[in-house]
Design a protein around this ligand. Structure first.
Ligand SMILES: [Ca+2]
Length: 281
């Protein structure tokens, strides 16, 4: 009987994460759960912070040269994207992560600081749950999905039309205006968007946190897709790709073409995520 009661209380305590939008309720112990209204508000903000990207139209080139001088950035190749998508202006902040998952794993706490200490699978699960919640709130349609970017999509929007090392040019002396890295970060993360954006209005593409991409961990671009798709062949499925560098890294690692492979179970205070909003293929 006691065990049953305890199980019931635990079930109650677990509910706040799954509360439907639009309500607020007391849970066991008088503790307040995630308010549905607050969750929906944060999802609305998240939705409003996506930037439309339409390759082949206006300022968005239909293709770009992907890769760089380092061995694992070769062979350089031309990647064409024939579809429109949206990319989040910011790395996922901690208040949004908590509203979607019910927890905040971050080492450096702050409501609008980027969430960190999350594995690849946890990043994917966040995207899936965010998709469900946003559909339920009628913010997105049934065919739209929140997901991680492919490496090609990531580099395309990081470059923002530039062929230089950084989206603002080649000179790392200007990096401090746009990015948190070892040159100006002492370990305490700031809110997202404190630095200047890239030419397409995206913040912290260079630095702050490494961002998980969906591609299998491949040592180089031999055999990689040339259409923006996620690479799922010729790489190690136990690894994924991190892009953009972080507050713990030197300027070189913040370059648009820089890439590193990571075990998909890695949880690190320098690793977070940025979402894409796209139409299901
Ligand atoms: Ca970043």
């Amino acid at each position: 009987m006691t065990a049953l009661l305890l199980a019931g209380l635990l079930a109650l305590a677990a509910q706040p994460n799954d509360l439907p939008a639009g309500g607020e309720r007391e849970i066991a112990g008088g503790e307040r759960g995630i308010a549905g209204g607050e969750q929906e508000k944060l999802l609305q903000v998240f939705h409003a912070e996506f930037v439309p990207i339409s390759p082949g139209k206006g300022k968005f080139p239909a293709s770009f040269q992907m890769g760089g001088a380092r061995e694992n950035e070769q062979p350089k190749r031309r990647v064409s994207l024939d579809y429109s998508f949206q990319v989040a202006k910011y790395e996922v902040p901690q208040n949004l992560w908590r509203a979607v998952t019910g927890a905040n794993p971050s080492r450096w706490k702050g409501e609008r600081n980027s969430v960190e200490m999350l594995s690849y699978d946890e990043a994917v699960a966040f995207c899936k749950k965010a998709t469900e919640l946003m559909r339920a709130a009628n913010l997105i349609g049934e065919k739209q999905v929140v997901r991680l970017p492919s490496e090609a999509e990531w580099e395309y929007v990081a470059r923002a039309g530039a062929t230089t090392r950084y989206s603002f040019g080649d000179d790392a002396k200007s990096l401090g205006r746009f990015a948190w890295f070892t040159g100006n970060a002492a370990g305490n993360d700031p809110p997202v968007g404190a630095k200047e954006p890239n030419p397409w209005g995206l913040y912290d593409m260079h630095g702050y946190l490494w961002e998980w991409c969906a591609d299998y961990g491949a040592e180089n671009y031999a055999g990689a897709p040339a259409n923006g798709a996620v690479r799922t062949t010729g790489g190690d499925s136990a690894k994924r790709v991190l892009r953009g560098g972080s507050w713990k890294d030197p300027a070189e690692q913040l370059e648009s073409s820089y890439r590193r492979l990571a075990d998909k179970n890695l949880r690190d205070a320098a690793v977070g995520l940025r979402c894409v909003l796209a139409t299901k293929k």
